[in-house]
Design a protein around this ligand. Structure first.
Ligand code: AKG
Ligand code: FE2
Length: 308
């Protein structure tokens, strides 16, 4: 592998590595099968963030939290991931060498063909008062990674927003509430990740990001904990090159995040199809930070378009 300009990650907080995953075909078939199973209600770890009537497209699955626990064996996905040398990626693209690491989230992010997805801006850290995990010259103790088995433009980031000098964090205050940027609107400084099948995105956990997707998608999302003390009994169904210790082990119970309240479902459907402005629209009419694009509708909506 050629040595990449690893400074890009350090400066920008992310790197999109092209064609990093080989032999996608079998993996794609397995991923389609996992999503179909979740949409028909046959996976306990299929989470729906917003519920719509099921007759349209099955359950509106947003995440599948334990695909390995519920769907193994997945030989196609396993083989593809095993052909990826993570140590080499970390070395070439991040200039980082870890003596060991494990993965504590190994889930899937899913969007329906019929119901678009628009998340709030956030950092994967606890809240706005949390100290920056690393400064530009430190070594991250945690990394996020998306593995793309299909073409996808479902993810946005704010380059450089992991940096301490980006203490625009203070300026963000106007739209940051309870540790989250309480807005789903576009930001002028946002960058949409246009990934092709086989690409890998690595990003810093302190980078501002959100899922924003107006098309069908299903990608893997991993959280790497970079730590020495690891004693993990590996499940042989999992890729050999990834030690997996879920933050919360899978329990075969139906998750509470998928209530099935018919009134809520109807309200969601109306909100999805009606061109009624979101609350944030009015809020930003009064006071708009310069980096916000004040869109009329800032929520999951049929009017959302994929962004450039
Ligand atoms: O849906 C996505 O791709 C992003 C989800 C995300 O950022 C998260 O779960 O923390
Ligand atoms: Fe996130």
């Amino acid at each position: 592998m050629v040595t990449f300009d690893y400074k890009f990650f350090d400066e920008n907080g992310y790197v999109l590595i092209k064609n990093a995953i080989p032999s996608l075909r079998d993996a794609q078939v397995e991923i389609e099968a996992i999503v179909t199973k979740a949409k028909s209600g046959n996976l306990m770890s299929g989470v729906s963030f917003v519920q719509y009537p099921k007759f349209i497209d099955g359950i509106n699955i947003s995440q599948i939290q334990y695909p390995w626990e519920e769907c193994s064996p997945l030989p196609g996905i396993k083989k593809s991931i095993e052909s990826t040398d993570f140590n080499e990626l970390f070395k070439c693209y991040l200039n980082l060498e870890y003596s060991s690491y494990f993965v504590d989230y190994f889930r899937m992010h899913v969007t329906s063909k019929y119901f678009k997805f628009s998340q709030m801006w956030h950092r994967d850290i606890a809240d706005k008062d949390t100290n920056l995990e690393i400064l530009s010259d430190g070594i991250p103790w945690s990394l996020r990674m998306n593995l793309y088995f299909f073409d996808e433009s479902g993810f946005q980031i704010i380059p450089k927003s992991h940096k301490s000098f980006y203490s625009d964090r203070v300026k963000e205050e106007e739209i940051w509430k309870e540790g989250r940027l309480l807005t789903k609107t576009n930001l002028k400084i946002a960058k949409t990740i246009h990934a092709s099948a086989g690409d890998i995105l690595i990003f810093h956990p302190d980078l501002l990001h959100r899922g924003y997707c107006a098309h069908k998608r299903a990608s893997f999302h991993l959280s790497f904990v970079l730590s020495d003390e690891i004693n993990i009994k590996q499940n042989p169904n999992l890729p050999k090159n990834i030690k997996y210790k879920p933050e919360r082990p899978f329990k075969p119970v139906i998750l509470k995040s998928s209530p099935n309240n018919i009134f809520r479902v109807l309200i969601n459907l109306c909100r999805y199809y009606l061109p009624i402005p979101s609350r944030n629209y009015f809020r930003f009419l009064i006071k708009k930070p310069r980096y916000v694009v004040n869109k009329f509708i800032q929520r999951h909506s049929v009017f959302n378009r994929d962004l450039l």
